[in-house]
Structures are given as C-alpha cells and as structure tokens.
Design a protein around this ligand. Structure first.
Ligand code: SF4
Length: 251
C-alpha cells in the first residue's frame, strides 16, 4: 500500500522531528503549524549561507573569497533573517552577531578556504524502501569527502559522526547521484566558547550496517507517519523548547 506523507516525502529534519516527538511532528507537518526559532538557529543559518556562497563561487568560477567577503555574506544573511527570531529578553543581539562573525571568519581561515567543492547544496529525491526521501547535500569535495557544517555552544562528543542520520543520508544520496561510494563523511563544528571559537573536524566512514539501519529508520518512520501514529513524547529535552507546548500541555 502506498505511504501517505504530509509533504509527499520524508527528509532528515522530518525524521528528527518525528523521533524527538511524534506529536510535535503532527502539529508541524500534518496541521502545518508554524514553529518559532531562536538565535542559535539564526547563527547556524547565516554561517551555512556564508560557507555555501564561498564554496559555490570556488566551484563555479574558481574565485577564492577573501575572509571579509565571507563575513559580509554572514552579515547580510543575519540582517535579513533576524526579524523572524524569537529573541530572549536577556540576549544581546549585537554581541551574538559579533560572535557569529568571529566563528565564521575563524572557520573560513582554518578550513573553509581550503575546501575543494564538487557538489554544493545539491538537491536529491529518491525512493528508499518505498518511501520518497528528499534533501540537500551541503558539500561533497573532489576527493569524495562529504561534509556538513555545525555551529554549537558546547563541544561535540567524538562519536557524534557515528550516529548522525544526516551523514548517512548524504552518503546514500551521493551514491545515488554519482554512482560511486563516498570516501568518508564528516562534520566540521565551530563551537562558540567564551575564550573564542573552537573548531573541531570529525570524520568517519559509512559501513553497510549503518546504511541498512538508515534505510530501516526511513521505512519505519515513514510507515508510522502514514499510519497516523502521533503520540506525545514528554521525556528528553523536546518539551522545553517546543513551539506547541502551550497547545499540547496548556502551559
Ligand atoms: S510539548 Fe512535549 S509532548 Fe507536547 S508536542 Fe511538544 S515536545 Fe511533544
């Protein structure tokens, strides 16, 4: 029987939302209710945009951005999207933007300038175990390395690359798009510490077992959504920053 999905397809962010709390998924995707986002989301978006534009320019024209150009892209993206953020009362917007600029510039100088883009923000749509699955690969390099970029306030654990659905999904899409197996996958983290940005590069390989687990996850989540299984998951951290808390819990 064909699956029924609210958007007609699954994505990594939909799977993450469903696994975090199926009820939250229902509010967001089935009822189409708007979510709010905070300053850390804005920081990640502006950082991504800056690195994406530098990679795209290098891939398409061979131009290597100066650090100041990358900072300008960050700044423009920040200013464009800042009105949509739900700011906390005690947040200093100027200081947060400065921290983001420092993080972006530090990353670009340590790694960003030396990336060798082969695919940049490349969309994919494929069928996985009968489930339409869609997304974008942030970056694949000419040596067969797939990367994603993360901004964070705490250092990641070394094994974060071993459990990322996103990295396995990128690898699956890369194989579909190129007909070749990627060499490795990785996450480049820029952590906003008080003493300044800390940059951590984590890499791993996707083996057969992990790929099978990803496919089983896509299939399981897809079938559960299609069957209308939307129960609340109150444990964990999801309720603390859920956009639908008032509606769900009345507080
Ligand atoms: S408040 Fe908690 S249980 Fe309710 S939808 Fe949000 S995350 Fe799920």
């Amino acid at each position: 029987m064909p699956v029924k999905l609210p958007r007609g397809y699954l994505s990594v962010s939909q799977i993450r939302t469903y696994q975090r709390c199926p009820k939250q998924y229902e509010y967001q995707y089935v009822y189409g209710m708007k979510t709010t986002f905070g300053s850390s989301f804005l920081l990640g978006r502006a950082f991504h945009k800056a690195i994406e534009e530098a990679n795209r320019a290098k891939m398409e024209t061979g131009e290597i951005f100066e650090t100041e150009q990358v900072a300008d892209v960050f700044s423009d993206a920040w200013e464009t999207e800042k009105e949509e953020v739900e700011w906390k009362e005690d947040e200093d917007k100027g200081q947060l933007k400065d921290s983001g600029l420092k993080m972006t510039m530090a990353y670009y100088e340590e790694h960003g300038r030396n990336l060798s883009p082969f695919l940049v923000e490349t969309g994919f749509m494929m069928e996985v175990e009968g489930i339409p699955f869609q997304g974008f690969i942030d970056l694949a390099e000419t040596d067969g390395t797939i990367r994603d970029f993360k901004t964070a306030s705490k250092s990641p654990t070394a094994d974060v690359v071993d459990s990322s659905i996103q990295l396995a999904a990128y690898a699956l899409a890369y194989r579909e798009l190129t007909g070749q197996k990627e060499v490795k996958v990785g996450l480049d983290y820029v952590v906003n510490l008080k003493k300044g940005p800390k940059i951590t590069r984590l890499e791993t390989e996707i083996d057969k077992g992990r790929m099978e687990r990803l496919k089983a996850t896509i299939q399981g989540v897809g079938q559960a959504i299609s069957a209308g299984v939307f129960y609340p998951n109150e444990e964990g951290f999801a309720c603390g920053y859920c956009s639908f808390r008032e509606l769900c819990k009345g507080k």
